[in-house]
Design a protein around this ligand. Structure first.
Ligand code: NAD
Length: 481
C-alpha cells in the first residue's frame, strides 16, 4: 500500500466537517490497478446537506469585504504551492499523468486562485448616464448565490480551482462534486482551503460513485443558483436540461474535436513539437488536445515522417518514474475507445505509421500512435478519441482546411502553423472555435478566457470574464432627485 500525503483526509467535506458515509468506494491507481484508499460514497441526502451548508454560509460570505475574501484566496494559493509536491504525487497516483505534468497542473490550478484573489478587489459596478434629470442609474454587480461545480478526472485540481476561485472571489459559496476517479486531489485541496481559513460551509466537497444522483440534486435544488460543469457533451446536455426547471445559470465546458492544421509555409519542426505537446500531453486526455491533424499535401509526407520519429521517442510508463512522458489511460473503457478508432480507421484505408496497440506494459498503457491517409469517412473525423492517437488528414487549399476544421459540432480549441501573415489572419478569422492557437501547441492560462462555441459549451473560465459567470447585474434606478 502506498503512503498518501497527510494533507489528504479521505472523507467528504460538508459544513466545515469531514464526513463519512454509510458506504465507501475505492479510488484506484490507473498505473497498476491498486486501491489507493476508499472515500465516502454519498447520496442525495448528503448532497442536500452540502447545498444547505452552502446556503447557510451565503448571507455572511457575500458580505465579507472583498479584501478579506482576496486575502483568504491568497492564503489558499500559498498553501497549494507550498504543497505542490504532495498534490502532484497524489494527482499522478489517482490520475496517472507524469509527475512533471502533475506539478504543472498544480501550478496552473493554483494560478486561478492567485488570479481571482487579485480580481476579487476589482468587481466594480458602474453608474450610467440617466434618462431623466431627476434620476440616476446604478449598476451593481452582485454574487449569484450557491454554486455547484461538477468536474472531470483529467485535470483533478485545475478544473476545480478554475470554477471555485472566481465563485469565491465574487462572494459565492461552492459545492464541489469531483469525478469519482479522482476525488483525492479535490479533498486535499479542500483541506488546504480549510487551513487557509475559509468559513464553514463556504467550500463543500461531495464524493460519490453515482454521479447522476448527486447531479440531480445540484441541478434541481432551487437554492443552487449556478451550475458550472466540465465534462463530456452528453452529460453536459443532460445537466443543462435539468437546470431548466429552476432556470439556473449554467456554464458548460464540454468536449472538443480540435483540428491542428499545418500549412505548407509552416516551420515543420516547430509544428511537430506543437503537435506532440497538444496531442500526447496527459496521454491525449485533454479537452483541448488535438483530435485531427490536417496537413497540406505538399508537406504531408515530410510532416508525417518527422512526427513519427518524435512519437517513437516518447517514453511510456508509470507517471511517478523519471523521464516518463506518457502515463496510462484512465481506465479500460478509454483503451477500448482508442482501439476502436484505430480499427475503424485501418479498416477504412488508414495507414498505420507507428503504435496502434496496447502497450507491452499492460493494464491501460497504450502505444502513442500515428495513422496517415485518414479521411472524413472515419470515426476519428467526428468523435473525440481522448487518447494517444494522431490521425493525419490531407488537404490542398486554405479554404478546404478551414472547411474541414469547422466540419464538426464542436468548437473548443483549434491550432495552426503557418508563416504568411495574410494567411494567418484569414485562417484565424475563419475558424469557428472559442480558442485558436497560432504557431503554439499549448494555450491554457488563467490570464485568458477559456471556453468553446457550438456544442463545446457555454461561458468562459479564466481572465476577468471568468468572474462574470458568478455575478448578476442589478440595475437600480434612483429617482426623485
Ligand atoms: P463526464 O461527463 O463523464 O464526467 C464529468 C463529471 O460529471 C464527473 O464528475 C462525473 O462524475 C459527472 N457526471 C457524470 N454523469 C453525471 C450525471 N448524470 N449527472 C451529474 N454528474 C455526472 O466526463 P469525463 O469523462 O470525466 O471527462 C472527459 C470529458 O470532459 C471529455 O469529453 C473532455 O473533452 C471534457 N472536458 C472538457 C473541458 C473543457 O474545459 N471544455 C475540460 C476537461 C474535460
Amino acid at each position: 500500500m502506498v503512503t498518501l500525503p497527510d494533507i489528504l483526509i479521505p472523507k467528504a467535506f460538508i459544513a466545515g466537517k469531514w464526513r463519512d458515509g454509510e458506504h465507501r468506494f475505492a479510488v484506484t491507481n490507473p498505473a497498476n490497478g491498486e486501491t489507493l484508499v476508499e472515500v465516502p460514497d454519498l447520496n442525495a441526502d448528503d448532497a442536500r446537506d452540502a447545498v444547505a451548508a452552502a446556503d447557510a454560509a451565503w448571507p455572511t460570505w457575500r458580505r465579507v469585504p472583498a479584501k478579506e475574501r482576496a486575502a483568504l484566496l491568497r492564503r489558499w494559493f500559498d498553501l497549494l504551492m507550498a504543497h505542490q509536491e504532495d498534490l502532484a504525487r497524489l494527482m499522478t497516483l489517482e490520475q496517472g499523468k507524469p509527475l512533471t505534468e502533475s506539478r504543472g497542473e498544480v501550478a496552473y490550478g493554483a494560478s486561478f486562485v492567485e488570479y481571482y484573489a487579485e480580481e476579487a478587489k476589482r468587481m466594480a459596478g458602474e453608474t450610467l448616464p440617466s434618462h431623466g434629470v431627476d434620476k440616476r442609474i446604478l449598476v451593481m454587480r452582485e454574487p449569484i448565490g450557491v454554486v455547484a461545480a461538477i468536474t472531470p478526472w483529467n485535470f483533478p485540481l485545475a478544473m476545480i480551482t478554475r470554477k471555485c476561485a472566481p465563485a469565491l472571489a465574487a462572494g459565492c459559496p461552492v459545492v464541489i462534486k469531483p469525478a469519482e476517479a479522482t476525488p483525492l486531489t479535490a479533498l486535499a485541496a479542500a483541506r488546504l482551503a480549510e487551513q487557509a481559513g475559509f468559513p464553514a460551509g463556504v467550500i463543500n466537497v461531495v464524493t460519490a460513485s453515482r454521479p447522476a444522483e448527486i447531479g440531480e440534486v445540484l441541478t434541481t435544488d432551487p437554492r443552487v443558483r449556478k451550475v458550472s460543469f466540465t465534462g463530456s457533451t452528453p452529460v453536459g446536455k443532460r445537466l443543462l436540461a435539468q437546470c431548466a426547471g429552476t432556470v439556473k445559470k449554467a456554464s458548460m465546458e464540454l468536449g472538443g474535436n480540435a483540428p491542428f492544421i499545418v500549412f505548407d509555409d509552416a516551420d515543420l519542426d516547430a509544428a511537430v513539437e506543437g503537435a506532440i505537446a497538444s496531442k500526447y500531453r496527459n496521454s491525449g486526455q485533454t479537452c483541448v488536445c488535438t483530435n485531427r491533424l490536417l496537413v497540406q499535401a505538399s508537406v504531408y509526407d515530410a510532416f508525417v515522417e518527422k512526427l513519427a520519429a518524435r512519437v517513437a521517442e516518447l517514453k511510456v510508463g508509470n507517471g511517478l518514474e523519471d523521464g516518463v512522458q506518457q502515463g496510462p489511460l484512465i481506465n479500460q473503457a478509454a483503451v477500448e475507445k482508442v482501439q476502436s478508432h484505430i480499427t475503424d480507421a485501418l479498416e477504412k484505408g488508414g495507414r498505420l505509421v507507428c503504435g496502434g496497440e496496447p502497450h507491452a506494459l499492460g493494464g491501460t498503457f497504450f502505444q502513442p500512435t500515428v495513422i496517415a491517409d485518414v479521411t472524413d469517412a472515419m470515426r476519428v473525423a467526428r468523435e473525440e478519441t481522448f487518447g494517444p492517437l494522431a490521425p493525419v488528414f490531407r488537404f490542398d487549399t486554405d479554404e478546404q482546411a478551414i472547411a474541414m476544421a469547422n466540419a464538426t459540432e464542436f468548437g473548443l480549441a483549434a491550432y495552426f502553423y503557418a508563416r504568411d501573415y495574410r494567411r494567418i489572419w484569414h485562417v484565424m478569422e475563419g475558424l469557428e472555435y472559442g480558442m485558436v492557437a497560432v504557431n503554439e501547441g499549448i494555450l491554457s492560462t488563467e490570464l485568458a478566457p477559456f471556453g468553446g462555441v457550438k456544442e463545446s459549451g457555454l461561458g468562459r473560465e479564466g481572465s476577468r470574464h471568468g468572474l462574470d459567470e458568478y455575478t448578476e447585474l442589478k440595475y437600480v434606478c434612483v429617482g426623485g432627485l
